[in-house]
Design a binder for this molecule. Structure first.
Ligand SMILES: C[S@@+](CC[C@H](N)C(=O)[O-])C[C@H]1O[C@@H](n2cnc3c(N)ncnc32)[C@H](O)[C@@H]1O
Ligand code: SF4
Length: 433
């Protein structure tokens, strides 16, 4: 057991009462899914496009190099997966829809429109589209094509605004080029245009970070999602010798960098809307699926339906083959006890930096204070909560930072184990978290 396993295991036991979480190679039956859907009133939809024009050395997501002929087969397979779910969903409203990747815009002219049309034909879509894109895909023509698909909210990975860091990250553009793209997308009038941005890069100074953040604000982007550079062991930048996620000096450097970002964004009327995101006043927040229950389509799509979480195979060829054989591409399932469901609920709500006790009661028919009241008291004393009106609880910046440290402790390891194994084996027997 490593040093960081101990606090993680203790916190997990405290919150979920489980000593470990094991995902197993098991397919939920049609009947069990059907019965789960009977008492669900709304849910979210996630669509994964696992293709990119390049493989970035830091990126943990499920992706492979784009080939148009594979994209065609993938389109057919996703439509088969939609056929399966359309019977289950009936006309239950889909109230949140997110297209992520990989890079969804690789399929802009090779099946994406076809899939979207099929989704809107088969499901009761009551929501806007949020979609990720890549700077090299956002030509003027492609932005028109994206608008024609009715994508109202768009995100793009900018990552850095200084050439030396773009080179370290092996991004295929320079700072001047990406700024032109940002301006073009900002002027296109999306409801929210979000840029992803990575900080705490090797050798990055506070001054360089400040300059980049100021430039983003000057360019009037609707939202900035700023992530510290994480090193996932199974990526090129995460080789063990280079790992430093848990280095104390690194954690405090990140704290100072977050302070710099908070100062710049708050002074220019951006509010914190999640642990990582700052959204401009009057702009709706760009975000992934917002409702607690969701279905994930595509290779590596994950679905959460109250007491079960399941994950599709990460392997694109296997995903296509399974669906061509008329079977579901689900690789791993996890049954969640009530304590795990509550901890899951809390984790995601806290991630949004504010949540309501009433929503907890609605979901679990239990009093939030009875379950988590004692922790909230401790958090308040430690200054991790800025506002508590008896119903809504809002995290302070200090609370957000410690949540972010906690995120390192859980998410990075869980993601590394779950995604790392799933990338290596299309159908793992089990993954123990
Ligand atoms: C799916 S990508 C964005 C869309 C598109 N593929 C692109 O690269 O522009 C999601 C974002 O996650 C962030 N990200 C990926 N790997 C990361 C890492 N190791 N550390 C911090 N952020 C990371 C990056 O900001 C990246 O843009
Ligand atoms: S950062 Fe974006 S472009 Fe790079 S590999 Fe990841 S998903 Fe693909």
């Amino acid at each position: 057991m490593s040093l960081k396993d101990f606090p993680r295991n203790q916190i997990r036991k405290l919150l979920t009462k489980e000593s470990n979480m094991t995902l197993e190679n098991r397919l939920p039956s049609y009947e069990s899914l059907e019965s789960k859907f009977q008492d669900i009133s709304e849910f979210g939809l996630y669509l994964h496009i696992p293709f990119c024009e390049q493989i970035c050395p830091y990126c943990p997501y499920n992706k492979e190099i784009y080939h148009p002929e594979v994209a065609k087969m993938y389109t057919r397979a996703v439509k088969k997966e939609i056929d399966f779910y359309s019977g289950l969903f009936g006309d239950k409203p889909v109230t949140s829809f997110y297209i992520g990747g990989g890079t969804p815009t690789t399929m802009l002219h090779s099946g994406l429109g076809n899939i979207l049309e099929y989704i809107f034909k088969n499901f009761n879509m009551q929501c806007e589209i949020h979609m990720e894109s890549h700077p090299n895909d956002l030509t003027a023509d492609n932005l028109n094509a994206i608008k024609a698909l009715n994508v109202e909210n768009l995100s793009m990975g900018v990552e850095a605004l200084q050439d030396k860091y773009l080179r370290i990250l092996e991004r295929p553009y320079n700072a001047r080029e990406v700024k032109v793209v940002i301006e073009r997308a900002v002027n296109k009038g999306f409801k929210c245009f979000n840029v992803d941005f990575i900080f705490a890069l090797p050798g990055q100074t506070y001054g360089e970070l400040e300059q980049a953040a100021r430039e983003l604000v000057e360019m009037c982007v609707g939202q900035v999602a700023a992530y510290p550079l994480w090193r996932f062991p199974y990526t090129k930048m995460g080789e063990p010798a280079k790992q430093s996620n848990y280095n104390i000096q690194n954690i405090f450097r990140r704290r100072k960098m977050l302070h710099i970002l908070e100062d710049i964004f708050y002074s220019r009327k951006y509010a914190r809307t999640s642990v990582w995101a700052f959204t401009k006043e009057g702009v709706p927040k760009y975000c992934s699926v917002t409702v607690p229950l969701y279905i994930g389509l595509g290779a590596s799509g994950g679905s959460y339906l109250r007491d079960v979480f399941y994950l599709n195979t990460f392997n694109v060829a296997e995903y296509i083959k399974r669906l061509e054989d008329g079977r579901l591409p689900i690789a791993l399932s996890l049954d969640l006890s009530e304590s795990m469901q509550m901890a899951w609920w809390l984790y995601w709500r806290v991630y949004e930096t504010r949540f309501r006790r009433n929503d907890f009661r609605k979901r679990f028919e239990k009093d939030f204070n009875e379950i988590y009241g004692k922790y909230i008291k401790i958090f308040s004393i430690l200054g991790l909560i800025t506002r508590d009106d008896g119903n809504e609880i809002t995290l302070s910046d200090k609370g957000t930072f410690w949540l972010h440290a906690l995120e390192d402790l859980f998410s990075l390891d869980y993601i590394s184990k779950l995604w790392g194994t799933s990338k290596q084996e299309p159908w793992p027997e089990r993954v123990v978290l």
